[in-house]
Design a protein around this ligand. Structure first.
Ligand code: ZN
Length: 311
């Protein structure tokens, strides 16, 4: 039996991941994100955790001239124009606008051991929205690959679809641009469509984070269109200011980790660094409890921590 694997992937996006959904009151989270990332990296180092950071391509830029330089040849034409990230107003450079540039964060992540820089597209591209097409996605991916290569000499290997809107027709484009791995959604209908799930599904998804309604989620990596698919089994929700809910959430994750370890399967946990931007200390306590539990499973079942591209 193959060793069980514990995978963590983080969708690193700052303002690019929330500009169309959350208003400026969320800026408090964004302000705390850099500190949260630093603390997470220290924790990962202490416990020897391998982690994939799926970074939005815009964040690799240092200033407006980079932004202009890496702009794709064609841009998305969503029917709903407020989804278009190219309409966002941005500052001149990282010093003046650290919600839209994060060259510093990538540098920091790369200074820690066993951390993979993965891609979350160039422009936080929504692959299931009406109005966009494969050519536009390809242009987006080209920019993501170029900026990573030219700014950090990185070859991107792993991909996380923004809003978990997975478009299987686009997998061949990822493969052509050198990607080898992508994160998918659990097969249960409340997870399958990512953010495109209806309100009823979202409510069930919320409840399922605390109480078992979809079973213990774990999975095996499989090959799809020449790429390795790894299912993001669970979203680590931000700390809940309620002892009972918080305990239920951590217990649910530990039960799933245990099941995955016992079956020799994978357990893939994901969240956004900005989820830790407020209540940072409390979120880190949650994370440490999960990581310490992983250490027990490592001893008992040889479960391994691994980043996406090593699967
Ligand atoms: Zn995102």
């Amino acid at each position: 039996m193959e060793n069980a694997k514990f995978i963590i992937s983080l969708d690193c996006e700052l303002k690019w991941g929330v500009f169309d959904t959350l208003n400026d009151s969320y800026d408090e989270n964004l302000k705390g994100t850099r500190n949260a990332i630093k603390e997470m990296l220290e924790l990962f180092k202490k416990f020897d955790m391998h982690v994939s950071w799926a970074v939005v391509g815009f964040l690799f830029n240092e200033n407006k001239s980079d932004y202009e330089k890496y702009k794709p040849s064609i841009m998305p034409t969503y029917d709903d124009s407020k989804l278009n990230s190219y309409t966002c107003k941005i500052g001149m450079d990282e010093q003046n606008d650290n919600f839209h540039y994060a060259h510093d964060i990538i540098k920091l992540i790369l200074s820690y051991p066993n951390q993979e820089i993965a891609s979350h597209s160039y422009s936080h591209f929504y692959c299931k929205e009406d109005g966009q097409n494969a050519k536009q996605f390809e242009a987006d991916i080209k920019s993501a690959v170029n900026v990573a290569k030219e700014k950090f000499a990185l070859d991107l290997k792993s991909f996380v679809f923004p809003k978990n809107e997975i478009n299987e027709d686009y997998l061949n484009i990822l493969r052509e641009y050198g990607f080898t791995h992508f994160r998918s959604n659990p097969k249960h209908w409340i997870y399958k469509k990512g953010q495109k799930t209806n309100i009823f599904g979202r409510v069930l998804r919320f409840i399922d984070s605390f109480i078992n309604i979809t079973g213990y989620n774990s999975s095996r990596a499989i090959a799809v269109s020449g790429l390795i698919e790894t299912t993001g089994n669970r979203f680590l929700r931000p700390y809940k200011n309620c002892i009972i809910l918080n305990k239920l959430m951590i217990r649910r994750i530990k039960n799933e980790m245990f099941t995955a370890a016992k079956k020799g399967e994978q357990y893939h946990l994901w969240w956004h660094p900005h989820n830790f931007g407020i209540y940072t200390k409390e979120n880190l306590v949650n994370l440490e409890e999960i990581v310490q539990y992983y250490k027990i499973l490592q001893q008992k079942f040889n479960m391994e921590s691994t980043c996406m591209k090593k699967l």
